[in-house]
Design a protein around this ligand. Structure first.
Ligand code: FES
Length: 159
């Protein structure tokens, strides 16, 4: 049964960097361990956005089926990295939305930006295909895990 907004917002929160591997376990999406992510967090390779930018997903909360990621009208044409959720959302209302884990499959750093042709990891330069999540260059060999999303009302939500 999908979580309501209230359930998502009432989920106990913890520090934003309390362990992407925890999210990975819950989401069942990540193939890497959190050790490299911790290294990234301390080396400043991932720019952290303030949770208020995406109020539907709170830092430390773990999106569950039905959890709202963003209002459709807040998703820019080039896509967006929702750091609080560890998810990249791409696409548009006409062609549909797709999403991937925002954690690099090399050593788990948070992807930093979306360029015209790739999702980019700041740690060792891996680049991932915008459509498939397949690695294009850099040390990553595995594709970004796909996150199933759908449109529900005015929001993109976890399926
Ligand atoms: S962690 Fe992304 S390229 Fe190494």
């Amino acid at each position: 049964m999908p979580m309501s907004d209230r359930e998502i917002h009432d989920t106990p929160t913890s520090a934003p960097h309390d362990g992407p591997s925890r999210r990975g376990v819950v989401l069942g999406l990540l193939a890497t361990t959190g050790s490299a992510v911790g290294l990234c967090a301390t080396s400043g390779c991932s720019k952290k956005k303030e949770p208020e930018e995406h109020p539907e997903v709170r830092a430390g909360s773990e999106p569950k089926p039905g959890a709202k990621l963003l209002p459709i009208d807040k998703i820019p044409a080039e896509g967006t990295i929702i750091q609080e959720a560890g998810i990249v959302v791409l696409g548009n209302p006409h062609d549909g939305f797709r999403a991937f884990s925002a954690y690099c499959t090399h050593q788990g750093c948070m992807l930093s930006d979306i360029s015209s042709d790739a999702l980019n990891c700041p740690c060792h330069g891996s680049r991932f295909d915008l459509t498939t999540g397949e690695p294009l260059s850099g040390p990553a060999r595995k594709p970004l895990p796909r996150v199933k999303v759908r449109v529900a009302g005015e929001h993109v939500v976890i399926e």
